[in-house]
Ligand binder design. Sequence first.
Ligand SMILES: CC(=O)SCCNC(=O)CCNC(=O)[C@H](O)C(C)(C)COP(=O)(O)OP(=O)(O)OC[C@H]1O[C@@H](n2cnc3c(N)ncnc32)[C@H](O)[C@@H]1OP(=O)(O)O
Length: 427
Amino acid sequence: MTDVPVYIVDGARTPFLRARGEPGPFTPVDLAVQCGRPLLLRQPVAPEDFDLVTLGCVNVIADEMNPARVAALRLGMGPGIVAFTEQINCGSGMLTVDTGARRIREGRADLVLAGGTEALSHSPLVFRQEAVEWFAGLQKADGMGDRLRKAAELRPEFFKPVIGLERGLTDPISELNMGQTAEVLAYRFGISREAADAYALESHQRLAAAQEEGRLNEIAPAYDRDGGFHDHDDGVRPDTSLEKLAGLKPAFEKPFGKVTPGNSSQITDGACWLVLASEAAVERHGLTPIAAIRDAEWSALDPSVMGLGPTLCVTEMLKRRGMGEAEVDLWEINEAFAAQVLACLAAWEDAEYCRDVLGLDEPFGTVPRERLNVDGGAVAIGHPVGTSGARIVLHLAQEMARRGSNRGVATECIGGGQGGAMLLEAA
Ligand SMILES: CC(=O)SCCNC(=O)CCNC(=O)[C@H](O)C(C)(C)COP(=O)(O)OP(=O)(O)OC[C@H]1O[C@@H](n2cnc3c(N)ncnc32)[C@H](O)[C@@H]1OP(=O)(O)O
């Protein structure tokens, strides 16, 4: 079944915009519409010709419940379009691509719009439990006396804000936030602060070079309601250096932690869509495939080491295809944290880990940095969590086509202790 061809024929994303401590210019649906509109306009098919819309989004806002459907309607795809939102934390944007590909393989769809959207700057402030209970009590109060008694119980500390994003980036089972899980991996695989900073520096340098050389043509520039124009990933720091990175304090484990604001993924807003097509749709509409989706895999592990998720799903996926590292020309590993990516690379070189955890007779091998995240990753570009999986698949497809590569793997770790991977082949 996985050999029925499914093609990525086009895609677009917004610039990724760094969250700056206040709601950004776009909501999740705004973002999805911003890049979806130019993408649909350039297709040789009408928006109504799509069979399915599936969109990843972790932080859905109350005005946009089921953002997939709201976005599809705002994109003029017609009332008859089926559209659903998928959520598997940081894997959401890749899950939708897998869902779309499976629908096409099953013969249940010919054209699918799949992607992710996330406006982390719009993450809600959450009321403390005491405040929630007080409001509930006030609503239930019977008569003026009861209401006044309840009102007198109000305490100013009820309104001390709880930032939903901070809560959302903390695993409820291990009670570690995502940065702490990266610290666990840095300790386990001996990733030094210097190595994490050097990796982070390279991520910024690669993104800056890709911007300079105009290689990020997946970006659809966007105007916001105030006339602001956004045309590039604004988290890039072309002027950063090892010295500047070394000067930053640990963000999650003070004072000795290795994970800092400089070597973590950035908190960002952004959306990305891919157009997926069956072979019949490609022929019928004269579409030009960029790459074929060959396979995908999802794995789960202890939430406190969630960053190792890619090692499990990639190994499983390549094992069943009879492939190893040498057969992969290009890699995208989502940079949740520099130390987390480096830990995955170290784990794949570690004979004991490969034997005991991955069931391999020999180490998986070395993923060379020259073939990994060639245009930078989430440390520089940012990580709108529900979107990043779609971004890395789209960018991998485009870069494979540009280089004439045969095979590429996109993979990501997932908060809560999971991992997702996708195998692309030349179209
Ligand atoms: C499954 C998964 O994918 S898990 C991953 C999910 N995502 C996450 O967990 C998000 C991880 N990232 C974070 O939580 C945040 O980015 C944090 C907490 C690490 C940092 O947040 P902030 O403190 O708001 O970062 P901010 O961008 O303001 O940087 C802090 C300081 O470092 C500086 N800095 C950051 N990066 C660099 C750099 N590359 N070079 C030089 N200075 C830098 C900033 O200029 C800033 O300095 P200032 O305070 O003098 O202005």
